[in-house]
Design a protein around this ligand. Structure first.
Ligand SMILES: *Cc1c(COP(=O)(O)O)cnc(C)c1O
Length: 381
């Protein structure tokens, strides 16, 4: 495997994580829902203003919980942007849903709300939207369409913790929202996630689904004298050691976000002229969106230019990556009738998008190296 002087990602590590993990070991509570899990729940509930936060073992599992809570049945349709990670829709397909792929906006690369009226049918149960790179989708339009048709909105906020739309926190619009604490995300515990619930009538069932379909939560609170199997469920609780790691990052969240903001803004300022001279699209952040500084990407003029830039950066010891084969042209997507040409913007962007190294510990000197390597790139075709 090639080794890179400047990797694409390094998991965020502040230092306090180690002490908190030691605390959780000393407290002899390393299964789920210990002291650190509770702190993380309270933090998310207070900071975001959601009714309930449940830490989960991943964002994928939080999405699976949302699909169970919605009682998704075979034949239900779920609309999802074609340009996202598979978990956004796989969680619903696991319950029997038929995916309906929406194209994305050419500016923010978010689900294109103008496509929704043509995709909604009387079988549509949910819209799963993704705030790509932590920049909000057009929530006014989406929420009003969803309301008119009685469709549930699930926000896949894996990129978008602390981002806002017109001053309101993302993850508070949909019935549910999901977060990821995978090591590539702004805040991490290695593997982890959260389900955020905005409809308080669903909290109790959420607790049951997360506890293997049992009413163990009520038992621990002394509300029933034994616990038993009461519903579908699975094991979605992370160890309190992981919550201890995450807690250190929540405590340091202002520092993490401030540093990410510096890195993002530096890329954006320094690349502006280069991008306009060479027909490269930089991220669009509408004035009414406060973004989360999750990633910095370029959209190159062609697939061949992207391939050449990746190689050039690699020759300079820098790892840059691309992502998201559009879902409509994936093997699974094709089984549901997806085909090339259905989502032209997603298909075109997927061929041309490049993500630059972006992590909390990226040193200014390393970022300089990335910027000079880009400035020295010449093979546009
Ligand atoms: C990372 C990511 C996920 C999956 O997160 P896990 O915690 O790894 O399950 C889902 N959706 C989006 C948009 C992501 O970026």
């Amino acid at each position: 495997m090639a080794s890179y002087r400047i990797p694409f990602n390094r998991p965020t590590f502040l230092g306090a994580e180690t002490g908190y993990i030691a605390d959780s070991l000393a407290a002899a509570h390393i299964s789920g829902d210990g002291k650190f899990t509770k702190k993380c729940h309270e933090f998310l509930e207070q900071r975001l203003g959601v009714s309930k936060a449940f830490l989960t073992t991943s964002c994928t599992h939080a999405l699976e919980m949302a699909a169970l809570l919605l009682d998704i049945q075979p034949g239900d349709e779920v609309i999802v942007p074609a340009f996202t990670f598979v978990s956004s829709i796989n969680a619903f397909v696991l319950r029997g849903a038929t995916p309906v792929f929406a194209d994305i906006r050419p500016d923010t690369l978010n689900l294109d709300e103008r496509k929704l009226p043509g995709l909604i049918s009387d079988r549509t149960r949910a819209i799963v939207l993704v705030h790509y790179a932590g920049v909000a989708c057009e929530m006014d339009v989406i929420m009003s369409l969803a309301g008119q048709h009685g469709i549930t909105v699930v926000e896949d906020s894996a990129h978008a913790l602390f981002a806002r739309y017109k001053g309101r926190n993302l993850s508070t619009f949909g019935q549910f929202a999901t977060l990821s604490f995978h090591e590539t995300k702004n805040f991490t515990c290695g593997e982890g996630g959260a389900l955020l619930i905005n409809d308080s009538s669903l909290i109790e069932r959420g607790e049951i689904i997360r506890e293997k379909g049992t009413n163990r939560g009520r038992f621990f609170r002394g509300q029933v004298d034994k616990y038993t199997w009461v519903d579908l469920g699975s094991s979605y609780l992370p160890s309190d050691m992981l919550a201890a790691y995450l807690w250190a990052q929540f405590e340091g969240s202002a520092d993490i976000q401030a540093r990410r903001r510096e890195i993002w803004e530096r890329y954006d300022h320094q690349l502006a002229d280069w991008a306009s001279e060479n027909g490269v699209q930089l991220p669009t952040v509408p004035a009414y969106c406060d973004q989360s500084y999750h990633m910095y990407y370029l959209v190159l003029p062609s697939f061949s230019a992207r391939t050449a830039l990746i190689q050039h950066l690699k020759d300079c010891g820098i790892l840059s990556v691309f992502h998201y084969l559009p879902l409509n042209v994936s093997d699974m997507g094709r089984r549901f009738g997806g085909k090339a040409g259905d989502c032209p913007v997603a298909e075109s962007v997927a061929d041309r998008l490049l993500r630059l190294p972006f992590y909390y510990a990226l040193k200014p000197s390393e970022q300089d190296e990335v910027l000079s390597a880009i400035a020295a790139f010449e093979s546009w075709d």
